[in-house]
Every structure is written in structure tokens, then in C-alpha cells.
Design a protein around this ligand. Sequence first.
Ligand code: SF4
Length: 382
Amino acid sequence: MRTLNGVDVAGLSAALLAWWESHGRGGIPWKLLPDGVRPAPDQELDAYPIWIAEVMLQQTQLAVVLPYWQRWMAAFPTVEALAAAPLDQVRLQWQGLGYYSRARRLHESAQVLAGRPWPTTLEQWMSLPGIGRTTAGSILSSAFNTAEPILDGNVKRVLARLQAHPRSPARDQKLFWQWSERLLDARRPRDFNQALMDLGATVCTPRHPTCADCPWRCNCAAYAAGDPCCWPVTDASKPVPFQVIGVGVVLNAEGEVLIDQRLEEGLLGGMWEFPGGKQEPGETIQTCIARELEEELGIAVTLGDELITVDHAYSHKKLRFVVHLCTWVSGDPQPLASQQVRWVPPASLKEYPFPAANARIIEALLGRLAGGNQAVGNRDAA
Ligand code: SF4
């Protein structure tokens, strides 16, 4: 008998699968056959929609991902269509999901995968950019019912509570993988992995687990201890740095606005944005914007009104974008710190992929222009 800390694994699996049959999340389109029913163990699913969904689901919830996935599948219905699409079109479909390097990596991977049989091993999937073990395991078990375990955030939480583990999952990754592997039902790995994720997403939730509905309640050490929310144990988090970014929305005499495309490497690589940069200590925001435009584009501007201030939190830092309208004065814009720069009519901005904070700047700009307040009031000259 295979056990996990003395508990019969087959019994845990049977209880979980029985719960999932009636309470699992339905209607996940990439987990269903074309006629809308769950596949039997010997039936395969198309790996393409699953691969796209699994990459979108990395650190993003199912409800958020669903409409993005639907739009993506309409735009790029096959891996060949994705491989043939321009990278900017791919980024446009990803716009709003964050972690933009994932869109570029999907596009890169599509060049490798187009016109070939789908990879069928963990190693083959993990050789693709941006695919880790849990994404690879989830694709393989979902598409081909391959017996590969998974370890996403939901699964880590469930396992940490089941075992009342005294250290954070991050510190004991290997052990958590062993547990996930040992629990996996080799006859129904697709269903088991999905059931485990569904349990974490709907019952064993971070702040309000509904243990009364849980099929593992009788074997759960955290439940027995009386306060499941004490698990998973977390490590003390580092303080998140805060920075102010001065941004210039530069308009020329033709009413065009200046945008630049970030370098491919680094945060938000390849996305378009309004130029700007970090405020230095002791610097006013106007001086910061004028300096950044001069340093990064080689242009001089006249600073105008504040257009908007946008706060945006990334996983590792918080930024405040203070955005001013500017009037171009002199200098041919150069991509001194970007891939390219472009003057575009404001109405065309929607054709370029922008990060979320810039999307709010666009909205403010279009609103200001629609209000007829196109004049840029002078405050400071660069
Ligand atoms: S009994 Fe409660 S804490 Fe334990 S696995 Fe189930 S929902 Fe999570």
C-alpha cells in the first residue's frame, strides 16, 4: 500500500476524484473535447490551447485568463498561425495580462513547434523558453493523460495544509514535488491534477478554506490543528521598493504623440511606452522628465500640465508614474535607450501593445484631447 505519512494514497485519490466528479470546476474549454464533454483517460486533447492557457495561468487566475484565452484562440487558432503572426500582434493580444516576456516566449516557441508533432516528454517541454516543471506537467497530463505531477500555488497550499508542514513550500520544493508525485493517481493523472487544482481554488482557498466541504478533511493535519490558515508557512517578505517615474506625453505641431519601444531584454521587454524615467533625489518631476527626454531621445520640450498620476504595483516594486503633457521644441527623436521611437496620431495608439499603466495614460490623453483641451500650458522650459 502506497502511503503519505501513514495515510493510504489510494484512499485520498478516490475521495478527491469522487468530490471532483460532482464539485470540480466545469466549463474550462481547453480541458474539454470539441463536443464539450470531459475526455476519457484514453482520449487526447489538443495540446495547443492547453499550452497557451497554462502559460497565461502562470500567476494569473482562471477567471481573468478565460477572456484573454478566447481572444487569443480567435486571433491565432493554431500554432502555425501564432508562428506566422508579427510579434507586435502577439503582444497586443497579451496586453493587460502582465509578464510580457511570456508573449515573446510563446511566439519564439511557436517557431520551434509549428509543423511538428507535439512534444510528449517533460524534458522536451521544459526545453522551450518559459516552461517550468509544473507548466510542462500540467500540459502533458491535461493533453495526453501522462502521469506527471504538478505544483502550482493552489497545490502547494493544499499540500502544506494536508501535512501541516512547518517550513515554507519555497524552502522545501523537492519535498513538495515528492508529495505531489506520490499522491498522483497513475490511472487518471489528468483528472487527479485538475481535481487537486480545483480543490485549492474553490475549497482550500488562501483565507477562507471551507473545510466542511473538503474530501480530505479527515486526513488533514492543518484542519486537525484547528486553524488551517496558519499554513502554508511563509518566509518574511522583503520590503518592496518604491520609485517615482517622470513621464512625458510629447506632442508635436501636427498633433502626433511620441512613443518608444522598450529593449527586448528586461521588464516589459518589447512593449511600447511613453518616454520617461526615474526621478533622482532632490529633482523636481518637471526637471526629471526634461532630463530623461534629453538623455533617452535627444529632444528638448516645453513642460505642460500634469495629465495623470498612476500608481502601479509589480511583484517586486511599486511605481508611481507622474505624467506631464509636453510640447516638442527641438531635436530629432533618437532611440538612445530603446529599440525605436515613433510619432503616431493619438487615435493609432491602440494598435501598439502598451503595459497596463500606459493604457491608463492613453485613456487620460484621449479624454483630454476629446475635451478640446489640447493646448499645453507652459510651466517649466526644458
Ligand atoms: S481540510 Fe481544510 S485545510 Fe485541509 S485540505 Fe481540506 S480545505 Fe484545506
